[in-house]
Design a binder for this molecule. Structure first.
Ligand SMILES: Nc1ncnc2c1ncn2[C@@H]1O[C@H](COP(=O)(O)OP(=O)(O)OP(=O)(O)O)[C@@H](O)[C@H]1O
Length: 457
């Protein structure tokens, strides 16, 4: 038994790295598949199928070889354990037999002893096997912890989610008990403190409806590149209910402004306010309810068209009439009813069964249904056919009406129709005014329009 215990200790030390390698080989395969499928259009457009397949093949082979190493370790452990057990039994038979022969031990006692030894042996073997599984689980947990320890807790989001969980009934009582009561004391104290300083949902909505949005001396560096300042003291006011077009060369920081407005990140210095209130005093999930984002490549989920539109209000009951109303305003109703199952037609992985223009109109319908007072629009650069383009533009015009809109503009028509144009360059706003004002100024915007005119049109 002592031998077995020593073997268990040795096994514990030697197998950690083998379990880890096998676990990470498995994770790499999953990463490769999900990443490839998520970016399947890009893979296709670059003819990268073969490359992705060879990466996948290499990872499967790595998984195979780490699996074989793990199998060898497990077999050695099993063999050694068994050898140790049977050697112990043999010693027991020899020693017991000689004692029985010498008349020092009764046969019954020896048989009972052998019986107990077998029971003990199986129990120890069970422990060793369970221990092996435990090693695997510990290696996986270590990996999860290393990911979690690298991520900073977003207090605003943590608070918002926790509050949401407490107010909503979850279908599974165990899940609810785990999620709601699972947060530790430290988190509760921290979010409790945070909670008291947050504005209510109705205040957020009314401020967003009535106030200007101001970016005041905003500095920002991405967490993964803290030494590179992307925004360097950016000032910009988005007047309530008007359209601001943001233009600038690639890498100027336009998308970064959008990410800060959406509060995917917070400014490293400076602040963003709405009606004079710092956005940081709003609960992040409440802020998300007052901002709609329509991207160049809208993300649709692989459910029905109707469900994709209803996703505009994921927590509310949305009637079919509301969905149809939003679709009509987004010029999407006609094409949706011509689909095989109308609003119940599945759109496929990331909306792959719809055309680019159709996907955009579904996304616009979703935003119309959400009816948020602030709109962020990343205008599509990819060319649509003339009819589709007109339908999308028409739907967008309806969507922008009366909302505080920031549009990353790629078309001359959008820029011309905007109430103001902000030219972003090297993380700052360099020029601000209407199209005519900036053309008259004959500065960077004028030359930008001159050189990019074809791209705009
Ligand atoms: N997640 C990120 N982590 C680190 N750096 C980033 C990240 N996203 C963007 N950047 C960097 O920030 C700078 C500004 O990028 P941003 O995407 O805001 O530019 P942009 O004006 O929107 O460009 P484009 O018109 O090409 O989309 C770039 O130098 C870019 O490399």
């Amino acid at each position: 038994m002592l031998t077995v215990s020593v073997l268990v200790a040795v096994y514990k030390r030697t197998t950690v790295s083998v379990f880890k390698a096998h676990g990470s080989a498995q994770a790499s395969i999953a990463d490769c598949v999900s990443e490839t499928l998520a970016a399947i259009r890009t893979v296709r457009s670059f003819g990268g199928e073969k490359r992705q397949m060879s990466i996948f093949g290499r990872q499967v082979l790595d998984y195979e070889s780490s699996g074989i190493t793990l199998g060898v370790f497990k077999s050695i452990n099993e063999s050694l354990t068994r050898v140790a057990v049977y050697v112990s039994l043999m010693a027991l038979y020899c020693l017991g037999g000689s004692k029985v022969k010498a008349g020092e031990l009764a046969v019954g006692t020896m048989v009972a002893f052998i019986g107990y030894t077998f029971t003990l042996t199986f129990a120890v073997q069970g422990v060793v096997n369970t221990f092996g599984d435990l090693r695997g689980a510990l290696a996986a947990t270590e990996r999860i912890n290393s990911v979690l320890s690298g991520a900073e807790i977003d207090e605003a989001l943590a608070y918002a989610l926790e509050k949401d969980l407490k107010t909503r009934k979850l279908p599974d009582a165990n899940l609810e008990a785990f999620l709601v009561n699972g947060s530790d004391k430290k988190t509760q104290t921290r979010t409790g403190g945070y909670m008291s300083s947050l504005k209510s949902a109705s205040t957020v909505r009314s401020l967003a409806r009535s106030g200007d949005i101001c970016l005041e001396d905003v500095h920002f560096s991405y967490p993964l590149r803290p030494d590179v300042e992307v925004l360097k003291g950016l000032d910009l006011t988005l007047k309530c209910g008007t359209i601001t077009a943001l233009v600038g060369s690639s890498g100027a920081g336009k998308s970064t402004v959008v990410q800060l407005l959406a509060r995917f990140y917070e400014p490293t210095r400076g602040r963003i306010t709405v009606a004079g209130e710092d956005l940081r005093s709003f609960d992040k999930s409440e802020w998300a309810r007052v901002v709609s984002i329509v991207n160049q490549e809208p993300v649709l989920f692989s459910v029905s068209v109707g469900e994709n539109i209803a996703y505009g209000l994921p927590d509310d009951y949305v009637s079919k009439d509301d969905i149809i109303k939003a679709s009509k305003a987004a010029n999407a109703h006609e094409f949706i009813i011509s689909l095989p199952q109308g609003y119940d037609t599945l759109v496929g992985e990331r909306g792959g069964l719809l055309s680019g223009g159709q996907r955009q109109r579904v996304a616009i319908a979703r935003a119309l249904l959400k009816n948020a007072p602030i709109l962020i629009l990343d205008e599509a650069t990819s060319a649509l056919d003339t009819v589709s383009e007109r339908l999308v533009q028409d739907a967008l015009n309806r969507l922008m009406k009366g909302r505080t809109t920031l549009v990353i503009a790629h078309r001359l028509s959008t820029v011309q129709n905007a109430h103001q144009i902000a030219l972003c360059s090297d993380g700052k706003i360099l020029e601000l005014g209407t199209h005519l004002e900036l053309i008259e100024k004959n500065g960077q915007y004028a030359s930008f329009v001159g050189t990019q005119r074809l791209a705009f049109e």
